[in-house]
Design a protein around this ligand. Sequence first.
Ligand code: IMP
Ligand code: MG
Length: 172
Amino acid sequence: MKLLLSEKEIQRKVGALARKISRDFSGREVLLIGVLKGAFIFMADLARKMTTPVKMDFIRLASYGSETQSSGKVKITKDLETPLRGKDVLVVEDIIDTGITLQHLLQRLQTRRPRSLRVVALLDKPGRRKVDLQADYVGFQVENHFVVGYGLDCAEEYRNLRGIYVLGKNSE
Ligand code: IMP
Ligand code: MG
């Protein structure tokens, strides 16, 4: 396992994201929606560094269909408890890979008529994208490696690591 992003680098970046987001939403309340499970640590740090009032909720998704299919089906397995109508909503994602999960999620959330709907992703793998989608705020762009730590797992392991690591050598 090779260190890709240290705890210090991550915290510095999360601070910068929080400042930018707080500036963009200044004076408005933001509803953070964490996509479980991967985003829970990022969201905890981001929320505590933001200076605008925030509320928080979580959603959990499951994708069906093989990795090689261009459009897997995405199902909500744990829904939000907060109505979105008229709210400024910021979806908090750990990583955008193919973009399929996020595209489905945004389509679903848009039907609930939020005032605004944006996305922050700590990590982005643009080289793996299968749908045309970009986050409004991105922490780091990463190569097409499988990464773990800071919420991200491999078979539920490694989520509690403070840094982000590349798993294995041939994970291209
Ligand atoms: P997408 O639909 O392909 O964009 O899948 C995104 C989801 O897959 C993320 O929210 C992660 O849960 C998971 N994922 C994608 N790449 C990685 C990785 O490198 N490490 C851990 N989880 C990943
Ligand atoms: Mg995720």
